[in-house]
Design a protein around this ligand. Sequence first.
Ligand SMILES: C[S@@+](CC[C@H](N)C(=O)[O-])C[C@H]1O[C@@H](n2cnc3c(N)ncnc32)[C@H](O)[C@@H]1O
Length: 305
Amino acid sequence: MPYRTHTGAALARGALLIACLAAGRSLAQDFGDTPYVPTPQNVVERMLEIAKVGPRDYVIDLGSGDGRLVITAAKRFGARGFGVDLDRRLVRLSNRLAAEAGVAQRAVFYERDLYQTDLGRATVLTMYLLPEVNLMVRPKLLAELRPGTRIVSHDYDMGEWLPDFQTELAAPGKTVGVGQRSKIFYWVVPARAAGRWSWRLTLDGKVEEFELALSQQFQKIEGTLNAGGSTARMENARLTGEAISFSVRAGEFRYDYSGQIMNRAIEGTVRVNGGGRARELSWKAGRIEAWEPRFTAPDAPPVPG
Ligand SMILES: C[S@@+](CC[C@H](N)C(=O)[O-])C[C@H]1O[C@@H](n2cnc3c(N)ncnc32)[C@H](O)[C@@H]1O
């Protein structure tokens, strides 16, 4: 992506740091953290729309600034949630703005380091941090957020964890960057699907046994299915949160699987086309063995310890 070049990232970081310095804060204080730059309101609303935020959602904003993400999620979309920020004045301001907006019960702000924040309640997580901070926080997101949690980031991606969706839009009034434009990146936290799975299907009165060896890097899955000694690669494989789907071709038969991963089981349906007809069967798979998914890039340095 063009903006991810060293020059682009450095420019963006420079612009943010300049904004920070203009606000009178020291460079030393902000190194490694993200200075305060607000997300333009139209971008806030688009981020929350992309995540399909609604009254059942719990939104957490990491580095919440003046609180606009969580306040808008509460006021316009009926959600609840909280924001955390290191800056006490911004936290006070956010709680005051939430009260003025009539959503103080549903939008709360804490003076807290984002790395010390428990993310377990989130159904939606928002952030506008620096590119390297996104990478530093990525393992925490993958470890603490439940599968299916939606993440929306303003302007910066998460490196090798490719987004499920991204867009760019005009951002009138934006005080950093070039051309008053913003990028939005969207991910769904993937379930841990990697491992060996097995199941049986009864086709035309005959019981067939299947075994799937599934590898996973973030939401990207690949696998080989073994049935009666012959193997076939998974095709069109998708993992979105806990929802998994893939197709397999074996001779004149084509199997289209779709289901939900629930810890040690997958439940769903399989459409079988072949032998001159199509039918839909229920599909229940059990996990024989769990493998650790690759949530780091192949070329990333090994995690110490
Ligand atoms: C770019 S601003 C984004 C503000 C708001 N989320 C928005 O989009 O309008 C980043 C915010 O993160 C806060 N911040 C930086 N490092 C942090 C940390 N380690 N923990 C909590 N907040 C942090 C800064 O004080 C700043 O207010």
